[in-house]
Design a protein around this ligand. Structure first.
Ligand code: AGP
Length: 610
């Protein structure tokens, strides 16, 4: 939800902080700030984009010599975007940046007011800064002050803290929010996410929860609450800085859509062994009759839409009942979970608070949990019983694209593995399906990418629309949900995904002359029914853009205003090229409208609050 950065070393800290914040802006960008040690703690904050902060810093040239500091880019949760609410929050003795939410901030606030404190902001974070300050006044020791404050705080956090009396030190600690720490010859660095550290080190730590990291020039040490110094495992990433940068593309989103064929090939290939799916997870790879009798897929947003594709393919191939749940609803409806159920958590970031909470709920019920995530070592990955990584590389654009596609690919492989275990599919058929998933699917997506200009021509028809409908049946309806979200979140055009057969039960009253309708027809067994739906909306003036396959188009007279034919591919794999068309359509509409494609208003890449 927010991005934190910190550096202490042998060189100027400010450039490191600003570069890091620029890399982390996708995590939130309604205000930003830095605090540097320069003859005491100097704090500069600015509402709005990072460029506003950079402008303000030009008036503080003395800060360019500072070698220790922290920074923050914010996505507001408590207190509107404003200078006073931007982080860092500081006292005379310390400054603090925070990613997460302090849930008992009101209680802490009352505790502090009783002790003479006043507040300069409306944020929950300021209570954490002042609480640490109070304990620092009591004990005179940063570690004791921080751990004492953590004992009172409830909620999620990744803190970076500097103290006036310790000019070269940064303290960092996390719970539920991500934190990366690295030590290089140049200095110690902390950040909310890997891309911000990549320019400095490909090796880093992900400290355990409530383990205090102490960064100093050239080293980082880790302490438990009782003061014992401990080690932490290092991790290494094979991404390079350019991968986490745009590389000449106009937007990260377009770059990431074009990375799909390679991401799909890499992901599928990662899980093939002797031509069949192999996950290295005993519960999934065991030769015994599969232990799972039902599957619950739990996720948010685009990840949940990938779950809808997963349900389709797991039920079709493995004949296992699958439910797909919105993570923020899952635990509140006290779901019926049985000991032989499998709960799958889908998450690109692996830090989505709703999904993490759903994971914990399932684990608390003793249900086996499997995470499918894109970020190594993320919270969802670490807490699930097993994890399948989708090696799609960093996804920076707020709107998820390649992560969705590779999640679907892993779900196809999982469906196949379960089908093999349950004797629903033989090895030979399974090997052919894997070969197709590894070869023809990336190729079909590549062909769609080569049609990007034609898809942009369709997009031009939509840029003035205020309302749009996506209609389809069966798996096409599942695809429509993702197409609709993509359009809404980056172009700000309202749209709805509707089961084509459901439109006539009410919503068709909204169709009027010129209403754009995107009709998806990749599933031949329901094509004629969807055709009826197309005729219904067209007879009421809708402008229909049809996305279908050559085979279906040849077999039916389908009235439409524009048509996009998918590349030749087995129908069971049509969702992959189809969703690429929908992603490109949404992208071009937004780009043609001049929208901020990579950082849409009100959104953040990783929603780490519930
Ligand atoms: C994706 O386009 C959306 N920005 C959003 O719905 C996202 O899919 C959702 O927040 C879940 O994120 P996750 O995959 O990181 O858990």
């Amino acid at each position: 939800m927010c991005g934190i950065i910190g550096f202490t070393g042998q060189k100027a800290a400010l450039p490191v902080l600003l570069e890091g914040l620029a890399t982390l802006e996708y995590r939130g960008y309604d205000s930003a700030g830095v605090a540097l040690w320069a003859d005491g703690i100097q704090t500069v904050k600015a509402e709005g984009r990072l460029s506003r902060l950079v402008e303000k810093l030009k008036e503080r040239s003395s800060l360019s010599l500072a070698t220790c500091g922290i920074g923050h880019t914010r996505w507001a949760t408590h207190g509107a975007p404003a200078d006073r609410n931007a982080h860092p929050h500081a006292t005379e003795r310390l400054a603090l940046v925070h990613n997460g939410i302090i849930e008992n901030y009101a209680e802490i606030g009352a505790f502090l007011i009783e002790r003479g404190y006043t507040f300069a902001s409306e944020t929950d974070t300021e209570t954490a800064a002042l609480l640490i300050d109070w304990f620092y006044g009591e004990y005179g020791d940063p570690q004791q002050a921080i751990f004492s404050a953590l004992s009172m705080l409830r909620g999620s956090y990744a803190f970076g803290v500097i103290f006036r009396e310790y000019p070269e030190r940064i303290y960092a600690v996390r719970k539920d929010s991500p934190l990366i720490v690295a030590a290089t010859a140049e200095g110690g660095i902390l950040a909310s996410d890997v891309p911000a550290v990549l320019a400095h080190s490909k090796e880093y730590y992900r400290p355990e929860e409530e383990i205090l990291s102490v960064l100093e020039p050239g080293r980082v040490r880790f302490y438990t609450r009782d003061g014992a110094e401990i080690d932490q495992k290092t991790e290494r990433v094979d991404w390079d800085v350019t991968q986490a940068q745009k590389g000449g593309w106009p937007h990260f989103m377009l770059k990431e859509i074009h990375e799909e064929p390679e991401a799909l090939r890499r992901t599928v290939g990662h899980y093939l062994k002797d031509g069949l799916p192999y996950f290295g997870v005993p519960a999934l790879d065991s030769p015994f009759p599969v232990r799972f009798h039902a599957v619950h897929i739990v996720a948010c947003g685009t990840a949940m839409h990938a779950g809808l594709i997963g349900r389709h393919v797991i039920e079709k191939w493995a004949r296992l009942p699958v439910s797909v749940e919105v993570a923020s609803e899952f635990r509140y409806r006290d779901p019926i979970l049985c000991k032989n159920d499998l709960v799958i958590l889908l998450s690109q970031s692996g830090e989505t608070a709703d999904t993490l909470a759903a994971l914990r709920h399932a684990k608390a019920k003793g249900i086996y949990t499997l995470a499918i995530v894109n970020v190594v070592g993320s919270s969802v990955a670490r807490e699930a019983d097993s994890v399948l990584y989708t090696p799609a590389g960093p996804e920076i654009a707020v709107a998820s694209t390649k992560a969705y596609s590779v999640q679907c690919a892993v779900l196809y492989l999982l469906a196949l593995r379960l089908a093999l275990l349950r004797g629903q599919i033989g090895e030979e058929e399974g090997k052919q399906l894997c070969t197709d998933l590894y070869t023809t699917v990336p190729e079909a997506v590549r062909e769609v990418l080569s049609e990007s200009d034609r898809i942009r021509d369709c997009a031009r028809e939509l840029i003035t629309a205020e309302h749009l409908f996506y209609i389809g049946r069966d798996v096409d309806h599942a695809l429509c949900t993702e197409g609709s979200l993509k359009l809404k979140e980056i172009s700000y055009i309202h749209s709805e995904a509707y089961a084509a057969g459901e439109l006539k039960h009410g919503t068709i009253s909204l169709i009027e002359e010129g209403t754009p309708v995107i009709a998806l027809m990749t599933a031949s067994h329901v094509a004629e029914k969807t055709l009826t739906g197309i005729r219904e909306v067209r007879s009421r003036g809708a402008q229909v853009i049809l996305i279908t396959t050559e085979a279906i188009a040849q077999g039916l007279e389908i009235p439409c205003d524009k048509q996009i034919l998918l590349p030749e591919i087995a129908e069971k794999f049509a969702p992959f090229p189809a969703v690429c068309v929908l992603q490109l359509l949404a992208y071009h509409v937004a780009a043609l409208k001049g929208a901020d494609v990579d950082k849409p208003r009100n959104l953040a890449k990783s929603v780490t609050v519930e």
